[in-house]
Design a protein around this ligand. Structure first.
Ligand code: ATP
Ligand code: MG
Length: 413
């Protein structure tokens, strides 16, 4: 981290983290959100519920950062010890805070309930601390100085933590010394293997100076993120980087910003006034689930047939029995027949079909495990692709969903 930049440390507390029972999504949100606002995470640490371990970790981190964000352990129960622990780290005691008491009382009034004595404990904060109101839960947060660092304690419940970050932590952050707001541009990519993306934008991925480029991958869908400073100079570098990356990745970039492939497909279909129907075999309805996840998909998605058996492919989609007998259910010919059949059946602009071998059993020489045939039927005929995906059953199916949506979107862009 460059000198002068606002250094952030994140301390997640809770035995459930150490047991491996939950993922630390709070730290993920904080690192990402605070980075956009101008802070750079130098360390993310997880500890259990113990007062001493929280106090020790907070004390150590506070020596090395400007802003320490602690989540969890603010509830009313005996295993919620973050108040005491941070008071220990700051070398102060606890005191009852009038604003916190009013917040707790107001929360229970809204629920029409009486606070218990343990809820009243939640009105205690370290001496010298300032209360951070909790707009949706009972536990207020607080902030105080631990050595040279500003420490902020927030509840573990993700929705409460996020609401408080947005309402209280972010607004003042850009005014902190060293805060350098970051701007991010996202390019959404489908239809290219991660290794190929890596080769095409290799020089960008190696950069150590802004604009910085990184790639995240999820079953055939890649997100290329470019970040730079949020000032005029940073923004103009970002714009130049984004357009060069778009050029390198070509038509595989399907959208910019926080957009999923399913959202993009629904948007494009709506804009074109077109509809789609699905014939799914190995994905068992997952493509339809992805489409119906998008609000407004009812305007464009007519129906999906989960035709798992050969009999269903014949009966529901009119795939000729002879075709199935000659080529097998996982074949180019059958994928084409399914796409065409579902398009006619539904009277849709587009018919999209998926048939494959998700494994772990059922592979053959012609169609080994991971082999998926996809087809898209439209007014100008039927397009087909054959894919060979790596991974277990879940991953093959997830890849197939992305490939099906990508095949459709290539007919729309
Ligand atoms: P509560 O008043 O609910 O007790 P709290 O501040 O004491 O709030 P915790 O008890 O530590 O917070 O956590 C409450 C819930 O929030 C946990 O059951 C867990 O599901 C979730 N949670 C806690 N920490 C995290 C984290 N780091 N990432 C994601 N979820 C978390
Ligand atoms: Mg708790």
């Amino acid at each position: 981290v460059a000198a002068g930049v606002l250094r952030v440390a994140i301390l997640s507390t809770g035995e459930e983290l150490l047991r491996g029972a939950i993922a630390d999504t709070n730290a993920q949100f904080l690192a990402r959100t605070l980075r956009r606002a101008g802070g750079v995470a130098i360390e993310i640490r997880q500890v259990g519920d113990g007062r001493e371990e929280i106090a020790r970790a907070a004390g150590e981190l506070a020596r090395r950062c400007d802003l320490l964000v602690v989540t969890g352990g603010l509830g009313p129960t005996a295993d919620d010890r973050t108040r005491e622990a941070l008071a220990d780290a700051a070398g102060v005691g606890l005191k009852e805070d009038a604003a916190a008491a009013a917040g707790v009382a107001a929360f229970f009034r809204r629920l029409g309930r009486e606070p218990s004595p343990s809820n009243r404990q939640q009105a205690f904060v370290p001496e010298g601390a300032r209360v951070v109101p909790n707009p949706i839960g009972s536990a207020p947060g607080f902030e105080l100085a631990i050595g040279p660092a500003r420490a902020v304690a927030l509840p573990g419940v993700p929705a409460e933590m996020k609401a408080m970050v947005n309402a209280t932590l972010l607004p003042g952050l850009s005014a902190e010394p060293g805060a350098l707001a970051q701007e991010e541009r996202l390019l959404q990519v489908a239809g290219l293997a991660e290794s190929v993306v890596g080769e095409r934008i290799d020089a960008w991925l190696r950069r150590t100076e802004p604009p910085l480029v990184s790639v995240t991958v999820s079953a055939g869908h890649l997100t290329v993120a470019v970040t730079d400073r949020g000032d005029a100079e940073g923004r103009s570098r970002l714009a130049a980087a984004a357009s060069e990356l778009r050029r390198l990745l070509g038509a595989h970039v399907f959208a910019e910003g926080e957009t999923t492939l399913a959202q993009h497909v629904v948007t494009r279909l709506r804009a074109r006034g077109e509809t789609v129907a699905l014939a799914e075999s190995c994905t068992g309805g997952l493509v339809g689930a992805a489409l119906t996840d998008v609000p407004g998909s009812s305007q464009v998605f007519l129906e999906g047939c989960v035709t798992y058996s050969e009999a269903a492919k014949i009966r529901a989609l009119n795939v000729p029995a002879a075709l199935l007998a000659a080529h097998g259910a996982v074949s180019e010919e059958v994928a084409r027949g399914m796409a065409d059949g579902v398009r006619r059946r539904a009277g849709a602009t587009w018919g999209v079909a998926v048939t494959g071998v998700a494994g772990p059993d059922g592979g053959s020489a012609a169609a080994p495990v991971g082999c998926v045939h996809l087809a898209r039927a439209g007014a100008n005929g039927v397009e087909h692709v054959r894919k060979q995906f790596p991974g277990d059953r879940g991953l093959v199916r997830a890849f197939a969903v992305t490939a099906a949506l990508d095949l459709l979107r290539r007919g729309l862009d």
